[in-house]
Design a protein around this ligand. Sequence first.
Ligand code: 4AD
Ligand code: MG
Length: 434
Amino acid sequence: MPVSCVQIQALPQHIDEEVVVRGWMYNKRSSGKIHFLQLRDGSGFVQAVMVKNEVAEEEFENAKNLWFEACLEVTGKVRADQRAPSGVELSVTALKVLHNPTEEYPIGKKEHGIDFLLDLRHLWLRSQRQHAIMKIREQVIWTTREYLRNNGFLLVDSPIITGSIGEGASGLFDLDYFDMGKAYLAQTGQLYAEAAAAAYGKVYTFGPTFRAEKSKTRRHLTEFWMVEPEVAFYDHEDNMHLQENLVSAIVEQVLLHCGKELALLERNVEPLKKVVPPFYRITYDDAVKKLHSLGSDIRYGEDFGNDDETILTQQYDKPVFVECYPKKVKAFYMKEHPTNPDLVLCDDLLAPEGYGEIIGGSQREDDMERLVARIREQGLPEESYTWYLDLRRYGTFIHSGFGMGIERVVAWICGLQHIREAIPWPRTIYRLNP
Ligand code: 4AD
Ligand code: MG
């Protein structure tokens, strides 16, 4: 009796046994007397070799007419094969066709345009390349959670439907909330993380966040996943240490567990091996000077554009912190710099190789009066921050935190051209389907 329904990734544990594998045929080569069926089942990829005289005649004939992505049940003997990427091959003894499509699979072996592939995202996810990206994404998320848990952080989920504006009034998705007027989709979980930090010390939130900015760059999604640690009694300096340690742990674990996937993506891993603390640091002021010397026309006091980030990160062989931006380009909650009231105690962490910002973080304004002044300056509705101001009213405390965009990190580690491949179902200003 064959071993029933073995996952492809487990085949090496069944050498010389007869097994049943269920999956989809993503490629096929045939010569008159032999079919090479390439199978995938989500756990891996394997070649099934079907020789004319070793299977029922009808089954051999059926295999001739298979279309790509036919769903199959293959019985076969597992053979060790050093040349195969999976280390094994299947010698087919029986083939059951569970479903043979009646039309050609739309994604072929030739090059397709990106919009065509995104329209077919529900099918494109089946490809080896997308599989590799999703595995690395999962590793990034897994390591993030593991690292934070092992370092004493408590996960405290924050709401997605909110009444207060987290980052700024532009770029909000709003909705009508019963009789209560406007509600917003969360741009960030930070304000809630701050409340949780006052309750539990070291915390993080992790969930989808939403930005209605009309950005059409290779770095922007309208829906993306953000992890946001927040720590009581951490200052700006402690905050940056946490960031460089977390990012280094993520890269280290991806290198350790996802070598096959990185190779499939043809990612040069040498730059990734350099990602160890300490990261480089530069102040905003010095970064602007450096950008000028590199030909940028950025004006002092502006936030960096995508091109500026690209130019800047190309100067460094590992991530670089840009610290202490002008107050007027940053969010209301950032703490004023102790010696220069025009600046705030914040950092953006930029990934190398032209990737740019993967983290935005800051020490938070713990002074009630200054915070209220900032809310007014930015024209935010003060009444919806009553609860947030309570955190300054009842035992205000030094605290800091940051937000790391999962897709930005995945795009960088995988070496992707565009962030939209780093999430299963990208949402951009042009895309709502599938
Ligand atoms: O710099 P941002 O806007 O910071 C915040 O939202 C803070 N409240 C975080 C905090 O301190 N708790 O966003 C943080 C990160 C960015 O560095 C980037 O990685 C990612 O979120 N991000 C985006 N990713 C994809 N598409 C977008 N439109 C993004 N906007 C921000
Ligand atoms: Mg930012």
